[in-house]
Design a protein around this ligand. Structure first.
Ligand code: HEM
Length: 158
């Protein structure tokens, strides 16, 4: 994984993104602001739907909630990848060796895998009474996104 991240860092440098992140002192801080906004949209959007599937707010129609919040989460995810790439470009070689950063990326892949498996096996969680499998998947999703967010914050310290 370290070799792949070093190759990505080299490619981002070759296409000029690394130099671009250093053009102005404002690029990195604003990428970080967008990264935090993305967390709010992604983890906030998915988190509320997961909590409903697990069993909270049973009077709230799950279908309506999922239809309203899924696009918010998808926009948040897109923001995470775009702003994350800028944050990574600014310090690629060092982050390639960061255990915390690599663990975060592995958990993001697991969380996305869980989300896709959920969409295609648990009827997209839009049943009024989600199955046991859907509840487990939603609980795993919630735990993963909270750990990913925590690791994201810890990257700067380890
Ligand atoms: C997809 C879900 C993601 C979540 C929920 C997430 C979450 C976070 C959080 C909460 C922070 C701390 C921000 C702060 O307080 O300043 C962070 C930092 C960071 N993230 Fe992400 N992130 C995600 C994806 C990515 C991706 C895809 C990349 C890179 C390709 C990335 C690269 C980084 C970097 C480099 C930092 C450190 C920034 C710093 O400490 O200055 N993140 N992330």
């Amino acid at each position: 994984m370290e070799a792949a991240l070093l190759a990505l860092a080299g490619w981002l440098d070759a296409v000029g993104l690394v130099a671009w992140t250093r053009l102005s002192p404002w690029i990195y801080p604003w990428a970080n602001v967008l990264h935090v906004l993305g967390v709010v949209m992604l983890v906030g959007g998915i988190g509320i739907v997961d909590l409903r599937i697990v069993g909270l707010w049973r009077s709230l129609p799950l279908g309506d909630l999922a239809r309203a919040l899924t696009p918010v989460a998808v926009i948040g995810l897109t923001l995470q990848f775009a702003s994350g790439l800028v944050l990574f470009a600014a310090d690629g070689p060092a982050l390639a060796g960061s255990f915390v950063f690599k663990t975060k990326l592995v958990l993001i892949a697991l969380a996305l895998g869980n989300a896709f498996a959920f969409r295609f096996t648990a009827r997209g969680g839009r049943d009024r009474s989600p199955s046991g499998l859907a509840r487990v998947s939603a609980a795993v999703s919630l735990a993963l996104w909270l750990v990913i967010t925590t690791l994201g914050r810890l990257i700067a310290y380890y």
